[in-house]
Design a protein around this ligand. Structure first.
Ligand code: ATP
Ligand code: MG
Length: 266
């Protein structure tokens, strides 16, 4: 089941023909939420073992249009997970210092160390998305980055990191509703960014950039998962299934305990 949204190398997808709804799920929302909670309990157990084992690393990359659900995904899927073992990094506009370096410089310092889960809220992929659409660098520069990124991710994998990449795919109508919701609810005003409306006007250009990102950077070692994102409950479940399945395969083990039989506590 987790393979259901996984893209395949050399099998390009057309984003406009890909559903933003969880069509393959036959249960209702309650069933999905129940399965989600059960899997989250398992995630908590697996993460505890991963942290205790202290050797393997998991990197989770999240990309989406604005209001695509990156924040909500992180909030829901990692609820109850030991915060010491998870590090979330949100990549905003690069600082002057970051811009003085190559685009992977700020990324590499944020990748997870042993025993850790690293979560990227936006990532190195911004350098082939907003950077492309806003013409921040010329085409030959951003185009060359697909290969650079594939090599970089290969290097992470070769050095003991498992990489999961989720693109949360929402419709233009759903984005409108979520923006409107932010305007209507005073508690959500802080999330409303007028710049997001400019990006909405470039919706088609962004969809093309996302599609090229998915098609150029789906490799055997680090495939993209194209997650239908309009129904939050489905999105959460689909991502949770992949994360738990991946951690099960990583099969973290508690370290061999010393013989404690002679230990006496006064
Ligand atoms: P989000 O929009 O992800 O929910 P936020 O609203 O808290 O987060 P923003 O201030 O919007 O944060 O920061 C993210 C912005 O930074 C986005 O507009 C994104 O496109 C931009 N950004 C991220 N990486 C880069 C990059 N490498 N080059 C240029 N802009 C970037
Ligand atoms: Mg924003």
């Amino acid at each position: 089941m987790p393979a259901v949204h996984r893209l395949t190398p050399k099998t390009p997808i057309v984003l406009a023909k890909t559903s933003t709804r969880g069509k393959d799920f036959h249960g209702d929302r309650d069933t999905a939420e129940k399965e989600f909670r059960e899997l989250r309990d398992e995630l908590i157990r697996l993460q505890t073992a991963l942290y205790a084992e202290g050797t393997q690393k998991l990197l989770v990359v999240l990309q989406a249009m604005d209001a695509g659900g990156k924040d909500g995904t992180i909030r829901h899927t990692f609820k109850g997970v030991n915060p010491q073992g998870v590090r979330v990094t949100s990549f905003k506009k690069p600082s002057a210092e970051a811009l003085a370096h190559d685009f992977l410089w700020r990324i590499h310092r944020a990748v997870p160390g042993r025993g850790m889960i690293g979560v990227f809220n936006r990532s190195h992929y911004e350098d082939v998305l907003v950077v492309r659409v806003s013409n921040i660098v010329p085409e030959n520069v951003w185009r060359a980055r697909y290969e650079t990124i594939n090599n970089f991710e290969k290097h992470l994998i070769d050095t003991g990191t498992t990489v999961l990449k989720f693109f949360l795919h929402i419709s233009k109508g759903e984005q409108k509703e979520r923006f409107q919701d932010r305007l209507d609810e005073p508690d959500k005003h802080w999330k409303f960014d007028p710049d997001d409306l400019d990006k909405r006007e470039q919706w088609d250009e962004y969809q093309t950039a996302f599609q090229d990102m998915l098609n150029n950077c789906t490799t055997n070692h680090a495939p993209w998962y194209l997650i239908p994102g309009d129904q939050k409950w489905y999105r959460n479940l689909a991502i949770m299934r992949v994360m738990v399945d991946t951690l099960r395969k990583m099969d973290p083990q508690y370290p061999e305990a010393d013989d404690l039989s002679g230990v006496k506590i006064d």
